[in-house]
Design a protein around this ligand. Structure first.
Ligand SMILES: N[C@@H](CCC(=O)N[C@@H](CS)C(=O)NCC(=O)O)C(=O)O
Length: 335
């Protein structure tokens, strides 16, 4: 009897462990020889393809940093462009290894779609209007038509904000960003609302004369962007988390793609651990001990990515500065 129960238990345990074994994302990425990264369909500064299909941007750099950590080669990335609405499903199905796409970390997304590895960029939602409308505040938008994109936190915040303020507005919610921008710049809506970084990108890349458009002072939400991985693979979650922390830690340590080969000789034990000369921190993650060195050498530190992609658009570091420079960027220690 006892034996039968034990046997039944063992069979069940075996079956159970087979059916719920966590996805071996690291192994899949290594076997494939490339990382599949979900990005936007084109958002200057964050993830944007050129005519030849080469992707660049702040979120793209994170994909490259992860490929440098995991595959020792930042070029081994395949990009999957995803609309706001369709971005989470490929994470669940395993069609992408990571979602790195100006995606706000919220409770419902964290519970329903995947784990967020941290925050790469702290943003908030704002409003872009034509200067000719002579509007100085979101509180003056009574009766305005407001364009937003489907499947975003933007459309939800928009409704909340105006309901709370008892201001009437006409939502124009469109699925494709290209069409949202066409609608706003053709004057089919008075206002364009999205993350402030997205407004800055839209104004500088799409307006005939950027000075004809103003961003109103109200920031109506918190939009912490971060990379997400699917549930059920803690090991992969750790790798993505620590790859992000490594980019921030590198900036704090003053390690850049230009100086890291000099800095490896620095006897500071924090740097020695970072570059893999001391300890087995890479190995603990299932990676090469030079994982963090590879990120910095091949992609650069957090600040370098920011300066390469966001500073040129006119985005300030602001709260995205390091914690010891007045911002919120803080990485736990590698030890
Ligand atoms: N951060 C917000 C908005 C993200 C979002 O999708 N924003 C739009 C407007 S800036 C976008 O990136 N569109 C690009 C695309 O659809 O490819 C969210 O996570 O819901």
């Amino acid at each position: 009897m006892t034996r039968a129960i034990l046997l039944l238990g063992a069979t069940f345990a075996l079956g159970f462990s087979v059916t719920t074994a966590p996805a071996q994302t690291l192994k899949a990425v290594k076997d494939r020889g490339s990382l599949i990264c979900g990005v936007s369909q084109g958002l200057p500064g964050f993830s944007n393809p050129d005519d030849k299909g080469n992707w660049t941007g702040f979120d793209v750099d994170f994909c490259r940093a992860l490929a440098a950590a995991v595959l020792n080669d930042s070029t081994k990335v395949k990009f999957t462009p995803l609309s706001a609405k369709d971005r989470f499903e490929p994470l669940k199905t395993g069609d992408i290894d990571v979602l790195s796409r100006n995606t706000t970390w919220t409770l419902s997304r964290d519970v329903s779609y995947g784990n967020f590895a941290g925050v790469t960029y702290y943003d908030g939602q704002g409003f872009l209007v034509r200067k000719a409308l002579k509007v100085n505040s979101a509180l003056e938008l009574n009766g305005a038509s407001i364009c937003a994109q489907t499947g975003t936190t933007t459309e939800l915040n928009l409704a909340d904000y105006f309901r709370a303020k008892k201001i009437k507005f006409k939502p124009v919610v469109i699925e494709k960003m290209e069409e949202v921008l066409n609608a706003y710049f053709a004057g089919r809506c008075d206002v364009y609302t999205t993350d402030v970084s997205g407004l800055i990108a839209a104004r500088s890349s799409r307006a005939t004369n950027p000075a004809d458009h103003v961003i109103l002072p109200e920031v109506i939400s918190k939009e912490p962007f971060g990379p997400a991985v699917r549930h059920g693979d803690d090991h992969w979650f750790d790798i993505v988390k620590w790859s992000l922390f490594a980019t921030i830690e590198a900036e704090e340590l003053g390690l850049t793609s230009q100086n890291i080969d000099q800095q490896v000789k620095d006897p500071n034990p924090v740097i020695q651990r970072f570059v893999g000369a001391q300890g087995e921190f890479g190995k603990m993650l299932g990676l090469d001990n030079r994982w963090a060195y590879n990120i910095v050498k091949q992609v650069g530190n957090y600040g370098q990515s920011f300066e390469r992609h966001l500073t040129p658009l006119g985005v300030d570091r602001g709260i995205n500065n390091l914690w010891n420079r007045g911002g919120l960027m803080y990485a736990p220690p590698i030890r």
